[in-house]
Design a protein around this ligand. Structure first.
Ligand code: GLY
Length: 409
């Protein structure tokens, strides 16, 4: 979506743009409570529409409005865990048995991927799905699936570069490691902390340290892809794949880094990870190209800003990460981070980004961008935008409506 002046005025009138800065007063809790309830109720209805549009053996990916068709993927696509994961989050809130039934059917077709070693994405695929299923139901079989998945993912650890190889060698890359890979560390840390082999968490820590050393620019934005030499361990090049330029901050990548270092702090309490997450958050929130509604353009330096596409998936993922980060910081920073997340969630809940009931193929959010340089998935719904949006709403409910946090100064 290229957000026109008229649409922007509409958002302002609807009271959804609270202020131009990230430091605005946190939105009133009553407003957030209503917003969460309305979104989760809507999500349950909408995902029943989506379920009708997805054959039993595949997963939803995006939607082609021209043909009114949901585009699906097999279970090896990196996004295969998001649909069951979103269903489980919706079930957690609504307790709707038909949503749970759909989630269980999708978990059943996904399970076989616990042996997949073709790329680094197993954390996304198995933790967003089976991680949530185990958290909700404690079924031992789900934990075994997570253990096997961690073992599979760990086969991609390369001691010579002290990192997990993201993609296989290709004509473009020798040994690529992408910032997105930080997200897969959650699976590894969780399995080690829950009775699994400690080596998985050690791999995650090693990977996070290598990424911290090599992947960031002096302003704490990150490169998308680092290509390593497997023999010497040296970085061969620092480039982009889905961003606007090698030197530019691809928006979703900044979100993956923010979320990744926040979760690594959760598992390790290593101050270096917390500081990295705080610096990434400041890079994002203080960026002059972050729009007033706080939903990023697809790249912070995208050509043509403001006349270019947004990435609602980046907005949803950053909101979710900021809500977790808000738990670990001083009151002042918490107010900034939670206030920013509130604004992102308010924007995403508005008619500008949230679909009308029964439209959008059944997806919740519109206006995400998958890979603009390849003209792929531009200005469309994406399954992971929905996942992180719903996750952020539930995180807000659990951590900020309940007001269980201790005060830190
Ligand atoms: N992890 C792939 C992406 O963010 O597009």
């Amino acid at each position: 979506m290229k957000l026109s002046k008229q649409l922007f005025k509409g958002l302002v009138c609807a009271g959804l743009i609270l202020s131009g800065t990230a430091n605005a007063q946190n939105a009133p809790k009553e407003q957030m409570k209503k917003l969460i309830d309305a979104n989760l109720t809507f999500a349950a209805q909408q995902y029943k529409v989506l379920a009708q549009n997805v054959p039993a053996s595949v997963m939803p990916k995006t939607y082609n409005a021209k043909d009114n068709k949901v585009i699906t993927s097999d279970t090896q696509w990196w996004c295969s865990g998001f649909y069951p994961g979103t269903l489980l989050y919706i079930y957690e809130y609504t307790k709707d048995p038909s949503i749970l039934q759909e989630a269980k059917q999708r978990l059943a077709i996904l399970e076989k991927e616990k042996h997949f070693t073709g790329n680094h994405d197993l954390g996304f695929m198995m933790f967003c799905s089976f991680g949530n299923a185990y958290r909700l139901f404690g079924v031992p079989e789900y934990k075994t699936i997570l253990d096997t998945s961690a073992a599979s993912l760990s086969t991609r650890f390369r001691p010579s570069i002290s990192a997990i190889q993201s993609w296989d060698k290709s004509k473009n890359f020798n040994c690529p490691v992408i910032i997105d890979n930080m997200m897969n560390l959650e699976l590894l840390c969780w399995v080690s902390d829950n009775g699994g082999d400690p080596k998985y968490k050690n791999i995650a820590i090693t990977h996070a340290n290598t990424t911290l050393k090599n992947h960031f620019r002096p302003d704490y934005s990150s490169y998308h892809v680092l290509d390593y030499d497997l023999n010497t361990g040296k970085v061969l090049k620092k480039v982009t794949w889905q961003g606007a330029a090698d030197s530019s901050p691809w928006s979703r990548g900044q979100g993956w880094g923010l979320y990744g270092y926040t979760l690594m702090y959760r598992f390790t309490k290593d101050q270096a990870y917390l500081n990295q997450a705080r610096r990434i958050a400041q890079f994002i929130l203080k960026h002059p190209n972050l729009p007033a509604d706080m939903i990023p353009y697809w790249d912070f330096n995208a050509p043509g800003i403001p006349n270019t596409y947004r990435d609602a998936s980046a907005g949803a993922l950053i909101a979710s990460a900021l809500l977790e980060l808000g738990q670990y910081v001083s009151n002042k920073e918490r107010k900034q981070f939670v206030g920013a997340a509130e604004k992102m969630l308010l924007s995403l809940s508005s008619d500008t980004y949230r679909a009308k009931p029964g439209t959008n193929g059944g997806f919740i959010l519109m206006h995400s961008t998958g890979a603009l340089p390849f003209k792929s998935e531009v200005d469309v719904p994406l399954t992971y935008a929905d996942y992180y949006f719903i996750e952020a709403l539930l995180r807000y409910k659990k951590w900020y409506l309940a007001d269980t946090l201790t005060t830190k100064n």
